[in-house]
Design a protein around this ligand. Structure first.
Ligand SMILES: [Zn+2]
Length: 441
């Protein structure tokens, strides 16, 4: 196969190896997949191959954000929402256009795959399909459309699913829309007052029905579960991924971890998405404001959750990362976070969670790919994988904040973002990067 592109001299963090390759060569074939990786001086670059000389830069697998909401507005998504805010939200068409922009923000920040974990309709599937058809430049999207919840449950609006029979019907309805996975809301949520964050809102039987039918249809079951009883129930039912996994005890002021639930996760192959919003209070060196009572509560909870992530991983649970991003500023502030903040989600796990930069990068690349069952295709820089790649200035292994400085992003071997600018298919964007490296299209 013809070699379409070579990337030379980068420090390569391939998502699989325990050490980086300091002066690497990565070759990409005309099918957009990686054909060879090696060391500079050992792996020859075929003559005439367009080449990016990435000296001084780091090459990583494209990041995977395990949890975004591309079409949602934080006003709707937040306990801060006032009824008049919700009523004045833009309509679905406007939200979909904005979702395209949101997806590009993520892409330019090195995120080549986004899992959209819930929306008020199925419009994000149109964005997913437009990107795959080449009509729009964006990350690979996996989407679930409308999550399944109970009447009066977390994020309930007008569709409650309240029994095992209704669950079976709901899974089939969602599947009929062409979703990639089923999202199930198994516990209450902090952003839905009255939904009860300390208790499961479904029975084991109901969740099992969802898992059995979704798996029969070839769909994963992704669950929102923040209370300890809901996490145990979801693990026992054999769901695919648990989002947030906050271990909130029967008293919401307590965090109760449960090793029995972890054993069920290991036995049933359940993966865990950290999925906390990288909110400003987690960056006290940048945002010097006293914590609100709510932030203090979150932080106290997280300080139990983070050490337990190490326990879970040691027992064999795959842990991965997501931003839970939605549109807009955090209510009441003029600050991030947004769709471009996967780097901050990774920083949190290093600076607060006690993981090494390499472990954290794997949790956003190779381990995410494994969690999403896409590891045959993406998540590492290895021969045969899709060339979903990010090049960044500096060395994230010495300072994880280097991940904020993504220079170039490639998807399936094509340049899609250059220093924050989206590159249209065919290179129709006047770009210093294209001229400098004369990249093929
Ligand atoms: Zn979410």
């Amino acid at each position: 196969m013809k070699t379409k592109l070579a990337i030379t001299n980068a420090r390569l963090i391939d998502g699989a190896s325990p050490e980086p390759i300091l002066h690497s060569v990565v070759l990409v074939g005309s099918d957009g997949r990686i054909t060879a990786t090696g060391r500079s001086g050992e792996l020859p670059v075929p003559e005439g191959t367009p080449t990016i000389d990435a000296s001084g830069m780091t090459l990583i697998p494209g990041l995977i954000d395990g949890h975004q909401h591309l079409t949602l507005d934080k006003r709707l998504y937040s306990a801060h929402a006032a009824r008049e805010d919700i009523l004045s939200l833009d309509g679905p068409q406007r939200q979909l256009v904005r979702a395209g922009h949101n997806a590009q923000l993520a892409l330019a920040a090195g995120v080549t795959t986004v899992r959209d974990c819930g929306a008020s309709d199925y419009s994000v599937l149109a964005l997913r399909d437009a990107i795959e058809a080449g009509d729009f430049v964006g990350p690979r999207i996996l989407a679930c459309g409308r999550p399944i919840t109970t009447t009066a449950g977390h994020i309930y609006t007008d569709w409650g699913v309240d029994s095992a029979d209704e669950m079976k019907k709901a899974v089939r309805l969602v599947a009929s829309q062409g979703v990639d996975f089923v999202k199930l809301i198994v516990s209450g949520g902090t952003t839905s007052p009255g939904s009860n964050i300390t208790r499961s809102q479904y029975t084991l039987k109901e969740v099992r029905v969802a898992v059995e039918d979704a798996h029969r249809l070839g769909l994963q079951v992704v669950v929102h579960a923040i209370s300890t009883d809901s996490i145990r129930l979801a693990a026992g039912a054999g769901v695919d991924t648990v989002e947030h996994c906050s271990w909130i005890g029967s008293d919401p002021r307590t965090t109760i971890t449960d090793e029995g639930a972890v054993s069920l996760m290991v036995r049933n192959g359940v993966r865990v998405d950290h999925a906390i919003i990288p909110r400003p209070y987690l960056f006290p060196d940048e945002v010097d404001q006293p914590l609100t009572a709510e932030e203090q509560w979150w932080l106290d909870m997280l300080k139990v959750r983070w050490p337990f992530l190490h326990v879970m991983r040691e027992k064999g649970v795959t842990v991965f990362l997501g931003t839970d991003a939605a549109f807009g500023l955090w209510p009441g502030t003029q600050l991030w976070p947004g769709f471009e903040d996967m780097a901050r989600a990774i920083e949190i796990i290093v600076r607060w969670g006690g993981f090494t930069p390499l472990e954290a990068i794997k949790m956003a690349t190779s381990e995410s790919a494994r969690a999403l069952e896409l590891d045959h295709d993406i998540g590492t820089v290895e021969v045969g994988k899709r060339a979903d790649l990010a090049l960044l200035d500096g060395d994230p292994l010495t300072d994880i904040r280097a991940l904020r400085h993504i220079a170039l992003v490639l998807r399936d071997g094509a340049l899609v973002a250059d220093h924050g600018r989206i590159v249209l298919a065919g290179g129709r964007c006047a770009s210093e990067g294209i001229r400098r490296w004369e990249l093929p299209q």
